[in-house]
Every structure is written in C-alpha cells, then in structure tokens.
Design a protein around this ligand. Structure first.
Ligand code: ADE
Length: 252
C-alpha cells in the first residue's frame, strides 16, 4: 500500500516510520510512504501557507493554493487516488473504517493545521475526511500516522504472525482476551491453568469467553452489535446469573 502524506511538518513522521513494524514493512516493499512538504508549493518569497480568516476572528487558516498545487502535482487534477483530510470534523476512525480503506492500493493523506483549512479544499479537493476521535490536536500529523499504522497492520505479511490482526481487539467486534507469557508465576500471581493445559479446544473456548466477559464489562455497546453463537449466549447468560441473579430473572 502506498501513502502520499501532505504536511507542513514532514520531519515528525520519520522516527516512527523508521521503527519496528512500519520500518520492516517499508524495507520489504509492502508499504511505501512518500512525504510531501506543502511549503514547497508556495510561490511567494516568505513561503506562506496560512492566512487570517475572512470575516475576522482568531486563528489562521491553511491557504488553498499550496495545498491544491501539492496534491495535484502528485495525483493530477482531479486527484487520481482518494485523498483524506485528517480533521476533527471527519467521520470517526474505527476498525471497520480501517478495513474499508485497506482495499485501496494508494491513498493521499492531508494533514490540516492552524484553525482549519480553506473550505474549498474540503469541497473541491479531498474525497474523505477522517477524525481519530472527539478531541482536538494541534494538527493532522499524528492522526495520519495512526491511520498509516492501523492500515499497515492489515497488509498481508506486515505482521510477524500471519493471523496477528485477526484476534485484535475490535477486529472481530469484541475486545481481545487477556495475554500471559513466562513465567507461569510472577510475584505469586499465576497464569490461568487452562493456558498451561495444552488443551487447545479448552483454550479457544476460554479465550472466547474472556473476550465476551471483557467486552460486556468494558464496552457493552460493542456487544449489542455482535452476532453471538449459542455457546456465547449460554456463557453470557450464566455470567449474568452469577454476577446478578435478579438481573438474570428480569431479562428473561
Ligand atoms: N486534527 C486535529 N484534531 C484531529 C482529530 N481528532 N482527528 C483528526 N485530525 C485532527
């Protein structure tokens, strides 16, 4: 998958792209990330990329011209690939959105800055707008990196474990089960015996039940949308009975 990132701060991407899984994915040509400095497409002497908003008020607005020029120099006019603006006003990023975008071979990411971008960029240049959550950052660089990271994990071969992305929290619609590694006992706290049993069917069921219990406790909203098997339903009904017998009676 190839990303073309349009930013005023290309230097912030490098350390992360040169580390761990993203670095390896780039080395093995599974991932390509090209950084484009929007400032390179300014034509004035001072390389100005922002200006005061029409109508007054505080803050500065990213100018349309250098952004259009940068994106069109790379993708043509109109852009031949989807271009996503990272903004708190976009649709909220979820694993479902990540999965949807993972089918694209090439993606442009435009990092907003200052108070926002000239509205004509929204209306006539970008094809999608994404927010990483309901809070406001100083710019779209971290959100762009988050999107690259989440998408890289879904590129076949990018993770050491070929099934690594399947069990992730949110990948199946449930939060992930708990993990343990050696030693079997640490400061008196033991790893659940089932994980040491070598019985793979029991381990699979235990993990599934843990994922169900954890999702019910922490993110009941996710569980409501999840398609439960008969065994899942039985487990959850027992769990409710054990934790709150009155609740279980009422929910019948
Ligand atoms: N830029 C500033 N805040 C953001 C957010 N929450 N998501 C995406 N881009 C942003």
């Amino acid at each position: 998958m190839r990303f073309d990132i349009f930013t005023l701060f290309p230097e912030v991407f490098k350390p992360y792209l040169e580390t761990s899984i993203l670095y390896r994915a780039i080395q093995s040509s599974l991932l390509q990330v090209e950084l484009h400095n929007i400032r390179d497409w300014t034509t004035d002497r001072h390389h100005v990329t922002d200006d005061a908003p029409y109508g007054g008020g505080g803050g500065m607005v990213m100018k349309a011209e250098p952004v259009f020029k940068a994106v069109e120099a790379v993708f043509g006019s109109p852009p031949a690939s989807p271009v996503i603006l990272l903004t708190p006003q976009g649709r909220v990023l979820t694993q479902e959105v990540v999965k949807e975008l993972s089918s694209l071979p090439r993606l442009g990411l435009l990092c907003g800055h200052y108070e926002g971008v000239d509205e004509r960029i929204r209306e006539h240049l970008v094809s999608d707008e994404i927010s990483i959550g309901d809070y406001v950052l100083t710019g779209g660089e971290l959100p762009a990196l988050i999107l690259v990271d989440a998408l890289t994990r879904l590129i076949p071969g990018a993770l050491g474990d070929p099934d690594g992305a399947q069990d992730d929290s949110h990948a199946s619609g449930l939060l992930e089960y708990p993990h343990y590694t050696r030693p079997a006992e640490f400061r008196g706290w033991r790893v659940p015996e089932v994980l040491l049993s070598g019985n793979h069917a029991s381990i699979t069921r235990w993990r599934r039940n843990q994922a169900l219990a954890r999702t019910r406790q922490r993110r009941p909203d996710l569980l409501k949308r999840f398609l439960l098997s008969t065994a899942d339903r039985e487990f959850l009904e027992n769990l409710i009975k054990e934790s709150d017998p009155l609740d279980a009676e009422e929910s019948k």
